[in-house]
Design a binder for this molecule. Structure first.
Ligand code: S3P
Length: 171
């Protein structure tokens, strides 16, 4: 492993459906001594509700507060690959935690994401035109995602192993 890492955490950021969970899991396995954590999964287990249920019952603000708390707790770990919810980057205070590690942005087109997540339950995409919503969200968050240390361009049709290889090459 690159000496640049020195056991620091790797944070995967990017839009929903960009592959953070699948790539994060594969990346941690390839790196051997790293564990994979996923902020959405930790949050769901902590509150005993699914992400759509949390949005529905508590609203987005409460979800973002809880998500920030999860980040607070996971950032204290070492040698973890941490997959983050797509909107975690939008809170400035979360960047203090992200910057304690190395941040990788999985950059994907809204069209690619749309194909991948069609039929899944994403609370923010319960709109008349989910593709347009994805485009708006991607544009709105662009400046945040671009604060990453490393950007991985994920092309349509690229599989998990290929994206993981690209991540490894960038470390
Ligand atoms: C969100 C992305 C989701 C989840 C929630 C909100 C977002 O996570 O945290 O639905 O704001 O983009 P994934 O990026 O893991 O799908």
């Amino acid at each position: 492993l690159s000496p640049r890492l020195r056991g620091c955490n790797l944070y995967l950021i990017g839009m929903m459906g960009s592959g953070k969970s699948a790539v994060g899991d594969a990346l941690a396995r390839r790196m051997g001594t790293y564990n994979f954590l996923d902020t959405d999964v930790i949050l769901e287990r902590a509150v005993g509700m699914s992400i759509p249920e949390i949005f529905e019952k508590e609203g987005e603000d409460a979800f973002r507060d809880a998500e920030a708390q999860v980040l607070d707790s996971v950032h204290a770990h070492v040698r973890c690959v941490i997959g983050t919810g797509g909107g975690l980057v939008t809170r400035n205070q979360n960047w203090a935690k992200l910057q304690t590690g190395l941040v990788l942005y999985l950059k994907t087109d809204p069209e690619t994401i749309y194909k991948r997540i069609e039929g899944t339950d994403r609370p923010l995409l319960q709109t008349d035109d989910p593709l347009a919503t994805l485009k708006d969200l991607t544009e709105e968050r662009r400046g945040k995602y671009e604060q990453a240390d490393v950007t991985i361009e994920v092309e349509d049709g690229m599989d998990v192993e290929a994206v993981t290889d690209m991540c490894i090459r960038m470390l």
